[in-house]
Every structure is written in C-alpha cells, then in structure tokens.
Design a protein around this ligand. Structure first.
Ligand code: PLP
Length: 445
C-alpha cells in the first residue's frame, strides 16, 4: 500500500482471537504526533521507536492501543546521539561528560554561528577576512603578555603543532618529571615523538635542575618544553626548574599549562596561568579550552608573535583548525559572563547545603528516602589534583544510580558508602527542578 492511502486511524479494539494484535508500522507512523516527529528527527529514528513499541505490545508488556504513546515517549530529544546529562558526580570537569559546560552566552553564540556567518568574510569591505580574527583579538585582550594567539582543536593538537612547526628534525628538551600521560593511555612523549621531533629527557622523576637543561641545550635544540603535571603530584624530595630560570638558556621555552587559566585563580594557587607564565618569560603557552577556562574543546596557543605565526602558517595548522561553532563558543566564553565552571568553583557552601536540604525535603514528601549530606567535590578534567572543594549532596538509596542514568535528562551521581550521592557543586542551581524531576521519574521506574 502506498503511503498516501494510509488511514490515520489506529484501531483501538482488539479483534477476537488476536489478543496482541498490533497496528501496522505505516498505520502507526501516520499518527500526527509521529508525522511531526519524523519531520523533526528523521523517519528512521521514529520508525525504530515504533518498532520497539510494537515489540512491547506483541509481548504483552504494554496495551496494544498504547503503541503510539510508547513510541512518542521513547523518542530521543534530538537526532544527535548524545543525551543530555546532569553532572551530579561532584567532579566539576568530568572528562566522560565532556568536561566544561558551556555558558548560556556561548550556547547562543553557537546557535547563531550554525548558519552562514562572517567567519572568513569582512562584511564592511565585502572582502575575505582572517578566520577567527575577533576571537584572537579577545584572547589577546585577556592575555596582554601574548604577542599573538592561535586556536587549534585541543591541547594535544597545540603541542603537536608546536613540535612539528618548531622542532621537526630537532630535539625537544623535557624533564623526566614532566613526561605526562594525559588520560585514556594518551602519553605526551609519544605524541611529541610522532611528529618527527626527538625527545631529549633530562633530570630524574623527582628532581631536574637548570644545569640538567643547560647541559642538553645545543644546536639541535628546537625548544625546551615545560609541562604542568596537571593530573598528579610528586611530593617529598623534589625540585622542578621554573619557567623564569629556563628563560636564560637562550632557546624558546614552550609551556604546556594544561588547564587554560588565562590569569591567576586564587582558589587554585598551584595552577599555572597563561599571563603569569608568559610574563615569567615563556616564549609560548599552550592550553585546553574546555578545562578551567570553561569553554568549548579547543587548544590555545599564546605567545611570541614570530613563533605563533610560524605555527599558524604551517601546513599542518589547516588540519588542526577549529570550526566556526568552536570559534563562536570560545569568543563568547572569553567576552561573556562567568562560566558554569567558574560558578561551580566559586559557589558558597551555605547555598549548596540549602539546595541539598530543599531538594531532599521535597523528595521525602513524595516518600523517597532522601537526605542532605556533606560531600566533597573535585575539579577533575586533569586539573588541580588533590584540591578538595566542600560540597553538599542529596543522598539516595544506591539502586537509584542505575535508574537515574535511564531517565531524561540522565543524572550521573556517585556511589559512596552504599548510597547514591547527587553532589550539587557541578549542578547549576537552575537545574534543581530538572534534577528533582529526574529523581521522581527514577522512583517510579
Ligand atoms: C589536559 C592536558 C593536555 C591535553 O589537552 P586536551 O585538550 O585534552 O588535548 C595536555 N597537557 C596537559 C598538561 C593537560 O593538562
């Protein structure tokens, strides 16, 4: 039967002898709600939701008249495979949850950039304009010590580009105490060597002196690399050589600060920032955009104009360039209001406790075993190891952990002492209603 002959009426009666008689797919798909969903999400996604609902009806799990309702309820919110999650883990920058959450300003900048934009066009003159010129200007305003700026796909790409453009066929001198694995088996030394640069390791795991570096510097040196050991800490009999000492070696000093702080953050005194390290004499600083900067995934390159331009003009730069959505989100992060990451880091503990108490009381009213408890949050995302942030959480029975991941929006909490804790530090206050709704939905499952 062709599609335009399909009746929109879904039979409601169950013919005798066919207890689990289920309407045909094309008949179900003609329901106005599913026609609308097909336009919004595409027919294949809607069809698979319908198939799953029909299956449930045939198995007697739902009434046969409820196929459309079940299919509508099971539709994804978007055609993109990613589901939105409330981060109640207490880890501010959770790598598995996509690190930093974009500000409302950055989100609307992304939406605006979705269509045709002036990303490479100067609308005043009608001529070609430099890609990302306004975001590069914003970076330089935020980091006055940088002579130039460039943006690539992520922090790792910034290092690859630095190694390729400034040290291919040469040596990168790096301390043995700074040979870092970023996470998921990704090791910076492997990444650097993959570019064709050679690594010249100096010093020991716990101690590297200026003299260790000085002995290694020579005509083959591309640059000295200083890596902030962002996700671990070596304590005890240690000695690291600071950027200000390395400057005297007479070769470029490239510093990977990791977290993307552009200026000092008093809450995190151990975290390096771009402005301070450039002022201390680093030739160039590289960092991630989606850690403490609170922006989209990208890699920032800031520093001496000649070196940054050598990188920006290298053929590899084209392969590492970011799209217009990233440029839009980054600029809005730099120029816009405080980011969710900043707010989560700075929010005061009394407000967190109040929220935990209010949420728990509301849930208890609905018969749910919820209590407000003290909690401890961390920065995460490979930043600020060892830093503990006072926090507050809603404590639920442990079996909520699985159920909360199945509702929409999904909620990811943390299991602790046989309870499921929903830590509120990384949850924006405006998400409390959605969080409570998710717990109610999970309770009903
Ligand atoms: C996170 C990090 C990186 C990697 O940055 P990505 O943006 O994840 O590619 C590199 N170096 C340091 C010191 C880091 O902390």
């Amino acid at each position: 039967m062709s599609r335009d002959k399909v009746t929109t009426e879904v039979p409601r009666g169950i013919p005798a002898g066919h207890r689990n008689w289920v309407a045909r797919t094309d008949v179900v798909l003609a329901d106005p709600r599913l026609v609308e969903a097909s336009e919004r999400l595409g027919r294949p996604l809607v069809k698979s939701a319908v198939r799953a609902a029909q299956q449930q009806a045939r198995a007697g799990e739902i009434p046969t008249g409820a196929v459309v309702d079940a299919a509508v309820a099971a539709l994804p919110l978007t055609a993109g495979g990613l589901r939105s999650v409330i981060n109640a883990t207490g880890v501010l920058l959770h790598t598995n949850l996509g690190r930093a959450s974009l500000s409302a300003a950055a989100r609307s900048a992304v939406v605006c950039a979705c269509g045709p934009t002036d990303v490479e066009l100067d609308l005043d003159s009608g001529k070609r304009g430099r890609r990302g010129r306004t975001v590069l200007a914003a970076l330089r305003e935020k980091v006055p010590a940088a002579g130039a700026a460039h943006v690539v796909n992520n922090g790792a790409a910034a290092l690859v580009l630095a190694a390729t453009a400034l040290a291919a066929g040469k040596e990168i001198i790096v301390s043995r105490g700074e040979m870092v694995e970023i996470g998921d088996g990704f090791r910076l030394p492997d990444l650097l060597v993959s570019t064709g640069a050679r690594l010249r390791e100096v010093g020991t795991t716990n101690r590297t002196t200026l003299d260790d570096y000085a002995k290694a510097v020579g005509p083959r040196t591309g640059f000295v690399l200083k890596v902030h050991p962002s996700n671990f800490r070596i304590t005890g009999f240690t000695r690291a050589t600071g950027v200000e000492e390395l400057v005297g070696l007479g070769v470029p000093v490239v510093a990977d600060i990791g977290s993307g702080l552009l200026a000092p953050e008093p809450m995190l005194p151990e975290e390096p920032d771009a402005e301070s390290w450039l002022r201390a004499g680093a030739s160039m600083v590289t960092a991630s955009g989606d850690k403490l900067l609170g922006g989209p995934q990208c890699g920032l390159v800031l520093g001496q104009e000649d070196l940054v331009l050598r990188m920006a003009r290298h053929p590899l730069a084209r392969a590492l360039r970011v799209d217009k959505l990233t440029l839009a989100a980054l600029e809005a992060t730099l120029r816009g209001p405080r980011t969710p990451t900043y707010t989560a880091l700075h929010c005061d503990i009394t407000s967190l406790i109040e929220r935990a108490e209010r949420l728990s009381a509301g849930l208890r009213d609905a018969g749910i075993d919820a209590q407000a408890v003290d909690s401890e949050a961390t920065v995460g995302g490979g930043s600020a190891p060892g830093v503990v942030l006072d926090s507050a959480a809603v404590s639920l029975p442990a079996h909520y952990a699985d159920r909360l991941r199945a509702v929409s929006p999904a909620v990811v909490g943390r299991l602790d002492g046989g309870r499921c804790l929903l830590d509120l530090r990384a949850v924006p206050a405006e998400s409390d209603t959605a969080l409570a709704g998710a717990v109610h939905a999970a309770a009903g499952r």
